[in-house]
Design a protein around this ligand. Structure first.
Ligand code: HEC
Ligand code: HEC
Length: 236
């Protein structure tokens, strides 16, 4: 039902954009279409990520990635296909400035709700300490101690459905999600076993972010490995 509704909106948007060469519709109209999938819901929607409050540079990079096929999700590829670059930046800036309440941890736990204590413990160890033996840096070393992300290009990891996180690791592993080289997340995903991915996704999906969670403005130490999508010199 929701998908049908969204498809209707997208069709309306594309008719509107064919009507004239300049961006014809207002930011508000376009954002209303986005909210049919990205709005805050009481119930978890397994694969619809929260975008509000993520750093603008990260959101812009993702809109570009959907536009150029580095990420694949037909509805998203379609929504941004013909949007001019300046518009993508405007949309990214808009959502970065929005801070609606987070969904509850019950809503984002998804299939992580049935994880065992041992799985959750493994997940938390990977998040906070990584696994040096397998060259997996701690997630907090890039995503921030509070996991709220770091401006401008590293997203927060809390408030996302665990099934969405799981699916993204699948995408990195099969190369259907790519970022600018060196693609640090693709490298990290390749080093994580399927069990580790399930453990880390389950743990993350079960955490409730602070109501006032915001991306950090810098990291206390340089990134443990380089990420092409993060401006050189670290996350300034
Ligand atoms: C039909 C539902 C739907 C609509 C409408 C929709 N999205 Fe999405 N969007 C998704 C899904 C599902 C994903 C995750 C796709 C994947 O698995 O990579 C996504 C991913 C994203 C991401 C990446 C999020 C992240 O954390 O990496 C951004 C940014 C985004 N959408 C922005 C938008 C904007 C802006 C609009 C409106 C122009 C929009 N979306 C409309 C379903 C939708
Ligand atoms: C070396 C730095 C670094 C480390 C370590 C790291 N990440 Fe990331 N992560 C990034 C960057 C940069 C991005 C944005 C990639 C892009 O632009 O697509 C990202 C994106 C993500 C996303 C996408 C979020 C979304 O909304 O789609 C997830 C999920 C993620 N990382 C999970 C993890 C987990 C779990 C770990 C620990 C096992 C981890 N990351 C460790 C740098 C890192």
């Amino acid at each position: 039902m929701r998908l049908f509704h969204a498809l209707g909106l997208a069709a309306a948007l594309s008719v509107a954009s064919m009507a004239s060469a300049a961006p014809p519709d207002t930011l508000e109209q376009r954002i209303a279409a986005c909210l049919s999938c990205h709005g805050v819901k009481e119930r978890g929607d397994a694969y619809f990520p929260r975008i509000a409050g993520k750093p603008a540079g990260y959101l812009y990079n993702q809109l570009r990635n959907f536009q150029n096929g580095h990420r694949q999700y037909p509805m998203m590829n379609y929504m941004v296909a013909h949007l001019p670059d300046a518009y993508l930046r405007e949309i990214a800036d808009y959502f970065a400035g929005q801070h609606p309440p987070y969904a509850t941890a019950t809503a984002t736990a998804g299939s992580g709700a049935t994880a065992s204590a041992a799985q959750l413990e493994r997940g938390e160890v990977l998040v906070r300490q990584g696994d040096a033996g397998r060259k997996i840096p701690a997630c907090v070393s890039c995503h921030g101690t509070a996991l709220n992300g770091v401006a401008p290009a590293i997203p927060g990891l809390l408030g996302l459905p665990s099934d969405y996180i799981n699916a993204q690791f699948g995408n990195w592993k099969n190369h259907s999600r790519r970022a600018a080289a060196p693609d640090c997340m693709a490298d990290i995903a390749a080093r994580l076993s399927v069990e580790d991915v399930a453990a880390v996704s389950a743990w993350l999906g079960r955490q409730a972010p602070d109501a006032d969670a915001r991306p950090a403005s810098s990291l206390p130490a340089p990134l443990p490995i380089r990420c092409g999508s993060v401006p050189a010199g670290g996350a300034q």
